[in-house]
Design a protein around this ligand. Structure first.
Ligand code: UD1
Length: 418
């Protein structure tokens, strides 16, 4: 198991390029089996979630290869419709494969998905949506078994705007018969990226980024060459790192529009942020005003995936901050670890009450999930003294070269194998 050894307290200075978005690439990989022509994805990040998804594609019979940062997928010979439990448990996004596997083979069999342990994370909306498209689903022995004759368009209203369910329904409907409407759809920018990708393959999808998405089924999709959108959560993580450590950094390949909720908050606490084309510049001093209130919401609200890093920032901001986590039930696993570093936090249900302290101090902490692990790393690089962050497998799921990028900015961080 790897861990970071961190000597905290260095200001950050320099520039980093943001990777392509994990949450955009994963559904694109799922979509790649909708054609038997070649799919080429440029700037594909080699993070564990992507590598696991590539392994799942291999299981289905696809050939994949990396040429530098470009991933080439050839699913001409794909023949298997089953995703085994060992792989599905590694990755929640394996469930996004259901829609495209059913579309390709008329059937799918997948073990219940894994991913970050941040709450219940049911898949009922995925299954309800697929059933509306004429898919017969039986759940038995930890597997979801799906079969369908012809996928037929439907008018679907999601009970809540689930990102994964919206994507899964799009993937199933894109080559179905007739028109599918998804109402109360998720509006996350990654949905627009999936829409753009599929439309480039010949799909007819509109409404991505709004609450109603229209998918007009087409007979065939062709190969595509595509560069996914930048990772707004990685960009946000680095902005928060700069806000916590002080200093001045520039992000390239970044979209400020996609993290407006965070940028507004950072400006409120006295960070200077400027935006020029795909670059975001942040300058931060050593003192920060109170964040006051952060409430996670579906896009364009404050993203749940930045809640943990924002909680770390609140720990060393003036005054008190209330953090409300509306999306996932148990997404405060980083809190006990932050408290070990000197944070003053009380959790009651879905709310964390944070009273800012002057500085955190170094400690040995354990990453319990992906974004919580990133938050602890930021806490450690801004803290006084030495820290270790253990169980980097969580962080490696979503951040490529995390420690290299942070050390290029001046943080004292190294990885050791224990
Ligand atoms: C995606 C992101 C994840 C992010 C989350 C919310 C990917 C790969 N992951 O996850 O990083 O934290 O969006 O922005 O894109 N729900 C149900 N039933 C379902 C599906 C979801 O009740 O069938 C609930 C969930 O429990 C949760 C809420 O809907 O409370 C949002 O979940 P959802 O948007 O589906 O998240 P994911 O797609 O899993």
């Amino acid at each position: 198991m790897d861990k970071f050894i961190i000597e905290g307290g260095m200001p950050l200075c320099g520039s980093v390029a943001v990777q392509s978005a994990k949450n955009a690439v994963l559904p694109l990989l799922a979509a790649s089996i909708l054609t038997d022509e070649r799919v080429i994805i440029h700037k594909c990040p080699r993070i564990m979630d992507v590598l696991n998804m590539i392994q799942i594609l291999g299981e289905l019979g696809c050939k994949t290869s990396f040429e530098g940062e470009t991933l080439v997928i050839d699913s001409a010979d794909a023949a298997n419709h089953e995703i085994p439990s060992a792989l599905a448990k590694e990755l929640r996004s394996s469930v996004f494969m259901l829609g495209s596997v059913i579309s390709r083979f008329g059937k799918a069999r997948i073990a219940y998905p894994g991913g970050c342990d941040i709450g219940l994370r049911p898949v009922d909306l995925h299954l309800k949506g697929l059933r509306s498209l004429n898919v017969h689903i039986a759940e038995e022995g930890g597997y979801i078994n799906c079969e369908c004759g012809a996928l037929t368009g439907a008018d679907i209203l999601l009970d809540c705007p689930s990102v994964g369910a919206t994507e899964n329904i799009i993937l199933a409907a894109v080559k179905g018969n007739g028109v599918t409407l998804i109402r109360n759809a998720a509006k996350e920018p990654e949905i627009c990226d999936l829409q753009n990708f599929l439309n480039k393959m010949g799909a007819r999808i509109s409404g991505g980024g709004t609450a109603t998405i229209r998918v007009e089924g087409v007979k065939k999709l062709h190969g595509v060459e595509y560069t996914p959108m930048p990772d707004r959560i990685e960009a946000g993580t680095f902005l928060i790192a700069a806000a916590m450590c002080g200093g001045e950094i520039a992000l390239s390949n970044a979209s400020a529009d996609n993290i407006a909720a965070l940028i507004h908050k950072l400006r409120e606490i006295s960070c200077k942020i400027t935006v020029k084309n795909d670059k975001i510049y942040i300058r931060s001093g050593r003192t920060r005003r109170s964040l006051r209130m952060i409430e996670t919401m579906p896009y364009p609200g404050f993203p749940t995936d930045l809640q943990a890093p924002a909680t770390a920032l609140a720990c060393i901001s003036e005054g008190s901050t209330v953090i409300v986590e509306n999306l996932f039930e148990t997404r405060f696993k980083h809190v006990p670890e932050l408290i070990r570093m000197g944070a003053d936090i009380t959790v009651r249900g879905r709310a964390a009450f944070v009273r800012g302290v002057r500085a955190l101090h170094g400690a040995d902490v354990v990453a319990g999930d992906l974004r919580g692990g990133a938050a602890l790393t930021l806490a450690a690089i801004s803290a006084e003294g030495q820290s270790s962050v253990t169980d980097l497998s969580h962080i490696d799921r979503g951040y490529s070269d995390f420690e290299y990028k942070l050390s290029s900015l001046g943080a004292k961080i190294r990885r050791i194998r224990v």
